[in-house]
Design a protein around this ligand. Sequence first.
Ligand code: SF4
Length: 370
Amino acid sequence: MTETALDANPHDLIASLGQRVLDGGRLARAEAEALFQLEDRADIFDLLSWANRIREQFKGNKIHLCSIVNIKAGGCSENCRFCSQSAAYQTESPRYGLVDAAPILAAADEAQSNGVTALGVVAAWRGLEEGPVLDALCDRLAELKAGGKARPDASLGIIKSQHIADRLKAAGLECYNHNLETSRRFFPEVCTTHSYDERLQTIRHLQQADIKICSGGILGLGETREDRCALAFALRDLGVHVVPINILNPIPGTPFGDREPLAPLEILKTIACFRFILPKQEIMIAGGRTANLRDLQSLIFMAGASALMVGNYLTTLNQPVEKDLQMLQDLGLDPGWDKHGFFDQREPSASPESQAPVGLPAPLPVAIDD
Ligand code: SF4
């Protein structure tokens, strides 16, 4: 792609970049940033249309569904400024200690009855250390796996050692969610009790343990479009498998409780840009979907989303699962997907400016270029 092409009219630029992705090529950072900067409604719908083609090419009509169960709520030591579960802020969010096995197994039953194949076990705390809590968690993951009703996934915060990641793998954990949240540049504006590098190190331990990575971020924190683009490139370089995109649902009492909501078209454009940058990953729309997109929710699939978090979120309500399933059926999409496309997600780390075509899957482990 030349300077001249970047200066081309948006219609031609979108088509040229979209065709390149369909042909197995990759976007350079400047090219992706040009897409994030699109403003005109007609151009944004052009972009969505190409993102839809890219999703259809790499994902067909399969949509992956996932649910979560909160196994320890509130009172978190960290100060993520969007989060109602931080002990640093006064919110209405519930607080309870580590639950026993029954609610987890009940959530697995519910997931299975909804046709949801993956259940994420989520806890509000800084992270995992060796000790009785880790022992209990490994037991619960093993029970979940043995039950066979939902694939055991988890989101349990920072992992300090390779041994902990290896124990999770041995317990049956298949996929771990650990979001980068935003760009490296903007991260200190979001959280100061842990660092972006601690998040990267957690992902390294998990990859080393051969656990699949679910990592994305949250939109609407006050980040720039360049920050969103930087996040997508960081995730591409990490070789993550699933990319959850959350949209801030401002919670009173948190420092970001008064953030202006993003316009729905800005959200849809961002999802489409992620699809251009991450053509093979599962792009999952997670928290904040209903509150921010309202009647435009179904357009997330045209914007390139291939996965959906269904059921309630950690601290806010989602629309009923039946409504989501009806939406998929009406769009001709199939929620019966259980593979995450795990076989084809890992790609070689590449410089953000790389335009080389995407090749065959890289051998494990993937080098992380941060
Ligand atoms: S996002 Fe997670 S780590 Fe941050 S405050 Fe909330 S529960 Fe704690």
